[in-house]
Design a protein around this ligand. Structure first.
Ligand code: PLP
Length: 402
């Protein structure tokens, strides 16, 4: 067998949509991006969604809108991909890392103690597609709102730190019978090549700001500032007589192209009916097998309040060391199946170590990481391939541990 970890889903509809774009005479931001925004907004349950060229750039734009600057703090979990912290660093602010819970999501008690008058935002991460406990997190933010100091009009209107969901993994996840994106003020999805829906590289900012914010005005501000702060986009300028434009702010240049949007558009049309249920099938296949193994710790997928988007299967193995975990991964790879680790906690990475972060302060993040093996989930994966992966994990476990 040769089972890759996360090949993109490219069927005839994707090829047709891309070809249609290439032949249309317009390949950068235009009608395909608009159509993708409409569909993404529908699935996310919001009125306004802006497509950008990555999760990272989308998060940077959100922090720019919030007016985050040097000396400000943004709280993030220590257990995430580096981009969550890098977006904060790019905004010139300080990422304040807090520990996570056994289910990989940010620990609300640790969050509470990390809030200071310098806290301007909290970025929660729905790891592997599993939504955070948003009600508890919102309660904490409300309780600590007396500490909040507003530095500009946006922050004044908010009256508390912004709750931004890093939903890089969780497009389509559910929280309290609604799209999970309705739980945070702003939710940013990733459309990177390995994500549930991809545009090769890309991201979506879903706006859900409470009244008196006008999400339509914010969408327009973000669209302008995703394109150099230019008043007329390239497509509008190509229309006869429409050449005039102005630059009204120091915007970023992070717009998504139509040719990339076409990939995601074709995928997204079949997400709810086909691609997401297929991911669930694979997740449940793994859970059925590993649920019978006394040595396995299963990842969460569904409870009374939440349902995952089944992005990854974060299997953990009881009572093994990091070295034993690595050996199991190598044996499974040698047998022909790619498995992975999500993630190395940020304080263990060189950049963050050099900035003074220390993994000893995040014991749960280390505990979750040291015995974790991510199993692949994608709709092309057959039941036979799932069985092969399961058997190889068990075989490798027996070889390494018994
Ligand atoms: C949790 C998390 N946040 C953010 C990102 C960054 O996404 P992008 O590559 O679209 O910037 C990723 C990408 O892997 C991720 O896993």
């Amino acid at each position: 067998m040769n089972i890759p970890f996360s090949p993109p889903y490219i069927d005839k509809d994707v090829l047709d949509e891309v070809l249609d774009t290439l032949q249309s005479g317009w390949i950068t931001t235009g009608p395909k991006v608009k159509a993708l925004e409409k569909l993404a907004a529908e699935i996310a349950g919001v009125q306004h969604a802006l497509c950008v060229n990555s999760w990272t750039s989308g998060a940077m734009l959100v922090l720019k809108w919030l007016g985050v600057k040097k000396g400000d703090e943004v709280i993030i979990p220590a257990y995430t991909y580096a981009a969550t912290a890098l977006a904060v660093i790019h905004a010139d602010a300080t990422p304040v890392m807090v520990d996570v819970q056994d289910d990989f999501t940010i620990n609300p008690e640790a969050l509470k103690t990390a809030i200071t008058p310098a806290t301007k935002a909290v970025i929660t991460v729905d790891i592997a597609g599993w939504p955070c406990n948003y009600d508890t997190i919102k309660k904490v933010l409300q309780e600590e709102s007396h500490q909040f100091i507003a530095d500009n009009q946006v922050q004044q209107q908010l009256g508390k730190p912004l709750l931004m969901a890093d939903a890089a993994h969780s497009f389509g996840a559910v929280y309290k019978n609604k799209p999970a994106s309705l739980a945070a003020d702003i939710t940013v999805f990733s459309l990177h090549a390995v994500k549930n829906i991809t545009t090769a590289e890309g991201g979506v900012i879903a706006l859900n700001l409470p009244k008196p914010f006008d999400n339509d005005t914010i969408y327009k501000w973000m669209r302008l500032n995703a394109m150099n702060g230019q008043t007329a986009d390239a497509l509008t300028k190509t229309q006869k007589g429409n050449w005039r434009y102005d630059i009204v702010s120091d915007g970023l240049k992070i717009n998504l192209t139509d040719v990339c949007a076409a990939i995601g558009l074709a995928q997204m049309r079949k997400y709810k009916a086909k691609l997401l249920p297929e991911r669930k099938r694979i997740f449940n296949h793994y859970s059925k097998f590993f649920g019978n193994k006394s040595w396995a710790i299963l990842p969460p997928a569904i409870d009374a309040e939440r349902e995952s988007s089944y992005h990854l299967y974060l299997l953990r193995i009881k009572a093994i060391s990091e070295a034993q975990r690595d050996k199991i991964i190598q044996l499974v790879a040698d047998a022909g199946a790619a498995v992975n680790v999500h993630f190395v906690p940020l304080p263990m990475l060189t950049l963050f170590k050099n900035l003074g972060y220390n993994i000893d302060l995040y014991p749960q993040a280390y505990s979750n990481y040291h015995n974790e093996i991510s199993l692949p989930i994608y709709s092309q994966l057959t039941d036979e391939q799932c069985t092969f992966i399961e058997e190889q994990i068990e075989k490798a476990f027996n070889a390494v541990v018994k």
